[in-house]
Design a protein around this ligand. Sequence first.
Ligand SMILES: [Zn+2]
Length: 89
Amino acid sequence: MAPDVMTIVFLAIMAFIISYMVVTALKSRQEPVKLKRTITVIKCSSCDHEQSRDFKEGDFVGKEEGQCPKCGGKLIVSAIYVEEIPEKV
Ligand SMILES: [Zn+2]
């Protein structure tokens, strides 16, 4: 007796659903949602004062960021980097 068509269709659908679930599970394990934030580092051009804050649109390395609170010198953006915040377990 030939296998029932409905059985084959059912098995095919089951196989599809299972493989879809496995792929989804693997993906979520491989790519955990990581929180990221962009940090802008600002350094004084006259003294060793350094500070960092969240990146704002329009920030770029070399940009003047106002006055140094220590010596009144020019504050200049010295670095911009992305920091990954580890997941809280
Ligand atoms: Zn300074």
